[in-house]
Design a protein around this ligand. Structure first.
Ligand code: DAH
Length: 366
């Protein structure tokens, strides 16, 4: 027993004096490792008589506990000392350049949607969204396109096989116009909203993709007229293209949901092979480009949405967001928008930290 005590004290002293984590580890192996002296002693317990075991076991167990505690305490102390040393000696040079990181970009469509929200917010418009999986009542019927309306056929609609609980055909919305209906039904009048979002048509070439983006505009109040529509579109397009010389031409047209309907063209000039918006399309070297559809909301649409058309009237417009992005930022193939090619996105995308603001924007293409 005396021998055990001596051995234990020697070990505790050595642990206390150990100057490194490696030294502590060596002492741990020496005492508590598989071949360590305490482990060996513990093994002898099995061969002892019960009386002998009762006499010797507590001292051996205690020696093991004391040595294990001492090792843990010494390890702790050494680790803390190491940390203190590093805190005292190491410095961090904040002026060093950060390592290069692969950075994502903001997609031109997202960028343009942000710009639209910003411009229309300044004009007092709220941003609304609606479901992309629509029913045919909101997408067609309430917009004055009943079941047999020829305009329905022009939309190349993706239909779902099943109808909804109210026995309405389900489809991927073909335009953002159903958000007009949802907003009037849910919130009544007056209304001043834009509704940007995805729309779907079964169509694909350089200027058509099965999924694309539109923004809808709707203003309903007691005495809104075509003059308000013209001013709003002019103000919007001048702000969006960041040019004061944007000239619009309003042409009579037809949409089931507006009466009268107006097609809006914008004047442009070809400069170095690119369309640059601005100036009258009738000026020398200029031409007109069809840009968007609009009109005074059809009485029947206002009725379908549950409002009294003798009390409320207003205008609506719809325009392709991808097309706006292509015109402003100079891309020419719509399909590239949705290919997910990182090189294209690095080239045409926008830095999330350094977006061009409208007030300090891109200006005319060089
Ligand atoms: N919904 C039309 C389309 O998909 C665009 C449109 C035209 C929307 C005239 C309107 C509008 O609100 O008044 O092509």
């Amino acid at each position: 027993m005396e021998e055990l005590k001596t051995q234990k004290n020697t070990a505790l002293e050595a642990i206390e004096a150990a100057g490194s984590l490696d030294a502590v580890e060596a002492l741990r192996v020496d005492a508590l490792g598989k071949q360590g002296w305490i482990s060996q002693l513990l093994k002898t317990l099995g061969k002892m008589t019960p009386e002998e075991r009762q006499e010797k076991a507590p001292a051996i167990q205690q020696a093991r506990a004391e040595v294990a505690d001492a090792i843990a305490a010494r390890k702790d102390a050494l680790e803390n000392a190491e940390l203190d040393r590093r805190l005292a000696t190491e410095t961090l040079d904040l002026s060093l350049p950060a390592p290069d990181e692969a950075r994502g970009t903001v997609h031109p469509v997202s960028q343009v949607m942000d710009e639209l929200a910003e411009i229309f917010a300044d004009l007092g418009f709220a941003v609304k969204t609606g479901p992309e999986v629509e029913d045919d009542w909101h997408n067609f019927t309430a917009l004055n396109m009943d079941e047999h309306h020829p305009a329905r056929a022009m939309h190349d609609t993706f239909y779902f096989p099943d109808r909804d609980k109210e026995d309405r055909a389900m489809l991927l919305r073909t335009h953002t116009s159903p958000v007009q209906i949802r907003t009037m039904v849910n919130e009544g009048a007056p209304v001043r909203i834009i509704a940007p979002g995805r729309v779907y048509r079964s169509d694909s070439d350089a200027t058509h993709t099965p999924m694309f983006h539109q923004v809808e505009g709707l203003v309903i109040d007691r005495d809104i007229h075509l003059g308000h529509l013209k001013w709003t579109l002019e103000t919007f397009l001048k702000a969006f293209f960041e040019r004061d010389d944007i000239v619009l031409r309003l042409r009579p047209s037809y949409f089931p949901f507006t009466e009268p309907s107006v097609e809006v063209d914008v004047g442009f000039e070809i400069v170095k092979g690119r369309r640059v918006l601005g100036g009258s399309g009738d000026a020398p070297g200029h031409a007109w480009m069809e840009l968007l559809g609009s009109g005074m909301v059809n009485r029947r649409v206002i009725e379908f949405a549950g409002l009294d058309p003798d009390e409320w009237q207003g205008f609506a417009f719809g325009v392709g967001v991808d097309r706006l992005a292509m015109l402003k930022y100079g891309m020419d193939d719509l399909r590239a928008f949705f290919d997910g090619d990182i090189r294209w996105l690095q080239h045409y995308g926008f830095s999330p930290y350094d977006q061009p603001t409208l007030s300090a924007g891109v200006g005319a293409p060089a």
